[in-house]
Design a protein. Structure first.
Length: 202
């Protein structure tokens, strides 16, 4: 895979807090508007269910941030917390209830899980269409063959691509050289995403 080097000053321009902040605000505003349209037109409020097992401090921060972000854009969120002693069967039973709940459109199991629980079996228990992390084998497989129309793409690389696309539009006229580097970075990320998808969960 071809590699490239972006000059330091151009990296600073691309990730400048002002530009990234503007993109972040614009993305949130867009999601908020789309959620409101769903509510107005279909009386439907998007719902995210998050499952966290144990007391991992980093996981608690991630979940708290996700809940806050949902509230800011008009998405319902519910968090179910299980203790370390929870069995794999109990967790799968809860996931199956969420799969059948029409008010839940996305399910996210916060990793890591206790060693007594199989990550693979837990992720496979999530309905493919509700797998917002994109870790279900079906979504990983679709992504692996480049079918991003049907695959649910993992949030971090997908979000990175969106930010890069917005940065590229801003750079197109003002910084042509930097824009070319962003295009290269987008292509590299896309390739990494497709060929690295199978390694997302071990």
């Amino acid at each position: 895979m071809a590699r490239f080097t972006v000059p330091k000053q151009q990296i600073e321009f691309i990730v400048n807090r002002h530009h990234v902040g503007d993109s972040d605000d614009a993305i949130r505003a867009d999601i908020r508007e789309r959620a409101q349209k769903l509510k107005n037109k279909h009386n439907l409020v998007p719902g995210l269910a998050v499952i966290i097992v144990g007391n991992d401090p980093a996981s608690a921060v991630y979940v708290r941030n996700k809940v806050r972000a949902c509230g800011e854009v008009g998405i319902n969120s519910e968090v179910t917390r299980f203790d370390e002693a929870t069995s794999e069967a109990q967790l799968i039973e809860h996931i199956q209830k969420l799969n059948a709940n029409p008010a839940v459109h996305g399910i996210l199991v916060q990793l890591p899980l206790p060693q007594t629980i199989s990550v693979r079996r837990i992720l496979e228990a999530i309905a493919v269409e509700k797998d917002v992390d994109g870790f279900h084998p079906v979504n990983v497989g679709l992504l692996g063959i480049g079918d991003t129309d049907r695959a649910l793409v993992p949030c971090t690389p997908a979000g990175s691509m969106i930010l890069l696309e917005r940065a590229a539009r801003a750079l197109r006229l003002s910084q042509p050289t930097a824009f070319r580097h962003v295009q290269q970075l987008e292509e590299t990320l896309a390739t990494e995403l497709v060929f690295g998808a199978g390694k997302a969960v071990v």
